[in-house]
Every structure is written in structure tokens, then in C-alpha cells.
Design a protein around this ligand. Structure first.
Ligand SMILES: *Cc1c(COP(=O)(O)O)cnc(C)c1O
Length: 376
């Protein structure tokens, strides 16, 4: 049977015990099932360091984008205006969502290898008092950069605006003090750092801000308030819930606790990431993002100079030997990406780096021990 581990930013490699939960076809209307949903919501609040009644958690069917679209199209009124700080494809996607729903917005575009500046955001807010909401991505998976949401939260809160964070690829893998930062809506999904399987997203919301959004949603199925209202009664989902995914997610949360919570998981991911960058560095392969802004989730690497192979060739070679990597996504450089989240350990990093080394050697990209300069 074809078998490989995913070194991608989600879906990611999950444990057999998480996958095994999906062998049961659970009924949705009984108390057992509703209790599972309620317990997931409670545990998510704990992971975010917040609690009822200030905050509440809503689960939403669909992939991560559905969660982001649910927030943007549900909580921003027709008279409001959104400022999007973007330094990658996922920030850009927020603008796409706003444009589709005809939501008034403005965008502050930053270079993909730079973090959005809190000072610039403060200036924009001062110049344009119409802005009511600010949104940004925490871990921009496009490049692997980790944006400074703490600095931005400070200026957004000082200006009295609502702060929306896409923490899709960081929540659970980087500790986020959601309450202390005053984040109003933070979004992630089942198949990233909590290590569940794809099928729903979740949103941790400041309750008062969620209440104010009642009746504002432009979509029926993505109506955040309505979803919360039904789910909050007794844990029943509005419309069919992804039962197998929910069971797997409940198990993933138990396994996260057993590992030692976010701090232990964050430490494992950070170790994976440090080792990856170090071993690639030994081959002369440089990361696209500066050390100080590089996040612990996924890393974008430049190819060896003058490489004479395609990404497809490299991908296939590595996949045949047990790992799947990711193509680059930054627009201004030729790159590839390696993720290190999921059920991945240092031994996997060592293995994949050895595979990459042998691929580069085969293509004459290494000069003895050290890198680059391929013929061709
Ligand atoms: C994965 C991801 C998303 C959501 O992508 P989907 O394909 O819809 O699950 C959104 N933002 C970021 C930063 C992501 O990493």
C-alpha cells in the first residue's frame, strides 16, 4: 500500500488512534454526541486561555476558509469597514472573501518576507476613521512567516476596533493568549496543529461582539450567530455535522493533552523546525524568511542555484521514499516548502533531509559536503 507522511501545512499526518475513531457511525441527535461537541467547545476555550461568558467557541462545517468567510461575512455590517493586513496568499484570500460579499474593505499589503507593521496599521486607523474591523493572518502559511499579532492587537485595541485573526496553521502549535491580547474572533481548523482530520473549522469569539452580529450575515449556511445559537443550546449542530471528523477531533484533543498541551506540542514543532533549517543549512539551502520572523510551522526554502530539476521530479523522488513536501507559493522567488507539524518527529526530519541530500547529489547540486551550483 502507498504510504507516506505529510510534511505539508494541513491536512497533516495523524495518529492511527485518531483515524480509528472514524470507524464508528455516530448518531447525531442523541445526548452522547451533543456532549462530545460541548466538550470540544470547552476544551478549545481552554487552549485559547479564555472562558465563558466573555468568550465562546463555534464549530463550523467546511475547511478553514469556510471559518474565515463565516466571520468576515457575518460580523462586519454594511456600514462597517474592514482593514486587512496581508503578507501572503491567505491575507489576500480575506480580501477575496470581502470582495465577493461586497463588504467595504481596504488592504495594507506588505512584502511576503516582512511582517505587517503595527505602526503602519495605527497610522491607517488614524487616517481612516471609517475602519471598524482589522484582520490579519498569524502564521502566514504561504511563506512560513510568523506575524506579530501581539503588537498589532495593541494598536487595534487602543483604537477601539474589532480584531479578527486567522490562526489556522498556528492555533495549538503556538501558544496564543487570546484573552490577554483582546482578540475578538480567532479562527482555526480541525486538520492543523490539533492534528485532527479535515471537515470543520472553529471560531473563538468574544461573546458581546458575536451578539452584535445577529442578523448581519450575508450567507445562510455560514451565519456565525445562527450556528452559535443552535450549537449553544445543547451541542446540536445546525445542518448535518461531520460526525466522523468530530469523533477524530475529540480524540486528537485527548492526545494533545497527553502530550502535555500546547507548550509540549509547540516545543516539538520548534525542535523539528530548528533541526530542519539546520540540516538544510548544512547543504547550503537557505530559508526565504529571516531567522527572527521564521515561524515553527512550515519553512520556505530556495532551491540550489541553477538547479536542473523540476519540483515534480524532486517531489516524486521524496514521495517514493516516504514523505510528501509542498511546492513554493511566494510570488517573487522560486522556492519549495517543508512543513513540520502533525505526527512528525526529529527522526522524520533527519530522514527527509537525507533523502533530499541524496536527490541533490544525484543532480550534481552538492559540491562534496556543501551546496550548490548545479550544472544546467
Ligand atoms: C490552511 C489555511 C487556511 C485554510 O485553508 P483551507 O484550505 O480552507 O483549509 C487559511 N489560512 C491559513 C493561514 C492556512 O494555513
Amino acid at each position: 500500500m502507498l504510504n507516506y507522511k505529510l510534511l505539508t501545512p494541513g491536512p497533516l499526518t495523524t495518529t492511527d488512534t485518531v483515524k480509528k475513531e472514524m470507524l464508528f457511525d455516530h448518531c447525531t441527535w442523541d445526548d452522547d454526541y451533543k456532549k462530545i461537541t460541548l466538550s470540544i467547545r470547552e476544551k478549545l476555550l481552554k487552549l485559547a486561555h479564555v472562558s465563558e461568558p466573555e468568550y465562546t467557541a463555534v464549530l463550523m462545517q467546511g475547511s478553514g476558509t469556510f471559518g474565515v468567510e463565516s466571520v468576515i461575512t457575518s460580523v462586519i455590517g454594511d456600514e462597517d469597514k474592514l482593514l486587512i493586513a496581508a503578507n501572503g496568499a491567505y491575507g489576500q484570500r480575506m480580501a477575496d472573501i470581502a470582495a465577493h460579499a461586497r463588504i467595504p474593505y481596504t488592504i495594507y499589503n506588505e512584502e511576503y518576507n516582512k511582517v505587517p507593521s503595527a505602526e503602519k496599521i495605527a497610522e491607517i486607523l488614524e487616517k481612516d476613521p471609517k475602519i471598524t474591523h482589522v484582520s490579519m493572518v498569524h502564521s502566514e502559511t504561504t511563506s512560513g512567516i510568523l506575524n506579530d499579532i501581539a503588537a498589532v492587537a495593541k494598536v487595534v485595541k487602543a483604537a477601539g476596533k474589532i480584531f479578527i485573526v486567522d490562526a489556522m496553521s498556528s492555533f495549538g502549535g503556538v501558544d496564543i493568549p487570546v484573552g490577554d491580547l483582546g482578540i475578538d474572533f480567532i479562527i482555526s481548523s480541525a486538520n492543523k496543529c490539533i492534528q485532527g482530520v479535515p471537515g470543520f473549522s472553529f471560531i473563538i469569539c468574544r461573546k458581546d461582539k458575536l451578539m452584535e452580529s445577529k442578523g448581519k450575515a450575508r450567507s445562510l449556511s455560514l451565519d456565525l450567530y445562527d450556528q452559535w445559537e443552535t450549537m449553544n443550546k445543547d451541542g446540536k449542530w445546525r445542518f448535518t455535522s461531520p460526525t466522523h471528523v468530530v469523533l477524530a477531533f475529540a480524540q486528537a484533543l485527548r492526545e494533545m493533552e497527553a502530550e502535555g498541551g500546547i507548550s509540549a506540542r509547540a516545543a516539538r514543532y520548534a525542535r523539528n523546525n530548528r533541526l530542519l533549517i539546520e540540516k538544510m543549512g548544512e547543504m547550503g539551502i537557505r530559508p526565504y524568511i529571516d531567522g527572527s520572523n521564521q515561524g515553527p510551522i512550515i519553512t520556505t526554502f530556495f532551491y540550489p542555484d541553477h538547479h536542473n530539476f523540476s519540483f515534480q521530479e524532486m517531489y516524486q523522488y521524496i514521495k517514493d521514499r516516504g514523505y510528501a513536501i509542498y511546492p513554493g507559493k511566494v510570488t517573487d522567488a522560486d522556492t519549495f516548502r517543508i512543513g513540520n507539524i502533525g505526527e512528525i518527529y526529529e527522526e522524520d526530519i533527519v530522514k527527509v533531509c537525507d533523502i533530499i541530500r541524496s536527490f541533490f547529489e544525484k543532480h550534481g547540486c552538492l559540491d562534496g559536503d556543501k551546496a550548490l551550483s548545479c550544472a544546467g
